[in-house]
Design a protein around this ligand. Sequence first.
Ligand SMILES: NC(=O)c1ccc[n+]([C@@H]2O[C@H](COP(=O)([O-])OP(=O)(O)OC[C@H]3O[C@@H](n4cnc5c(N)ncnc54)[C@H](O)[C@@H]3O)[C@@H](O)[C@H]2O)c1
Length: 259
Amino acid sequence: MIRYEKVNGDFNLSGKSAIVVGGAGGIGEATAKMYARKGANVAIVDCKDNCQEVADALANEFGIKTVGIKCDVTSQDSVNAMMGQAVKALGEVNILAAMPGFVDLYPAEEIAIESIQKQININAVGVFRICQAAANQMIRQGKGGKMVCVTSQADFIAIDKHVGYTMSKAAAVGMIKVCALEWAKYGINVNGVAPTVVNTYMGERAWQGKVKTDMIERIPAHRFAETDEIAAAVLFLSCPESNMITGEDLVVDGGFTIY
Ligand SMILES: NC(=O)c1ccc[n+]([C@@H]2O[C@H](COP(=O)([O-])OP(=O)(O)OC[C@H]3O[C@@H](n4cnc5c(N)ncnc54)[C@H](O)[C@@H]3O)[C@@H](O)[C@H]2O)c1
C-alpha cells in the first residue's frame, strides 16, 4: 500500500536519503541540488569522474550528508557495488532519481543496430537495473520509497532521427508502468518525467543550427527548458505531496506534444 501522509506543500525531504544517477551534471545535478535544499542526504552517481566533487559542493552549501560514487549502469557489478556504497554512506535509500542518458541520432534507414542497442542498454536496461537494485533495498527497509526516471517527449511524439533514442525511452515508460503496478504493495511510487529539449550537454549535442531554431518555433512556449524546471518536476514526484501519483510519465515540454 502507498500510504496517505498529510502534506502542506513544503516538499520537505529532511531525514530522507536520495540517490541521483546521472547526477554529475545537467538535470541530475540540478535535481541533486533541489533535494539537498529540501534537506535530503544525497548520493551523486554517474560514470563521470567528478561525482565526489559535485557531492562535496552540495555538502558544503547545504550541510547535508553526501557521497560521490562512480558507476556504470550497464554493469550489474558496478550497480551492486554502488548500492552497497550508497547505503553504507547514507544509512538507507528512500528516493531514486534515475536519469543516466545517451542519445545517438541517425535516420532510421541508416542507424547501426549497435547504436540502438547502446541507447537501450543505458536508457532502458540500465535504468531498470538501478530501479531494481533500489527497489530491493527499499523492500528490505520496509518503508516504501520514491523512484523518478527521466524519460523524454520522444515517448509521445515522433522526432526526426530519434529512432534508437525513442525505442529506449518508450521501453523505459513501459518499465515504469509495470514496476509501479508491482511495487505499489511495498509503498514504492515509480514515475517518469518527460522533458522537451533541455539546455544541457545532451540538449546542445542533439539540437544545433537550423534544427534548433525550427524546434523552438514548434514549441508553444518558444524556448527549450532549463534544468531547474525539470528538477522541480522530479522533486514533486519524490515528495509525499505526490503519494497518489504512480505509473505516470509527466510531460514537461512547454506544450510541444499538445498538437
Ligand atoms: N537534454 C535534453 O534535451 C533532454 C531531453 C529529454 C530527456 N533528457 C534525458 O534527461 C536525462 C539527463 O540528461 P541531461 O540532459 O542532464 O544530459 P547530461 O548528458 O548532462 O546527463 C546525462 C548523464 O548520464 C550519465 N551517463 C551516461 N551513461 C551512463 C552510464 N552508462 N552510467 C552512468 N551514468 C551515465 C552521463 O555521464 C551524464 O552525466 C537523460 O536521461 C536524458 O535522456 C534530456
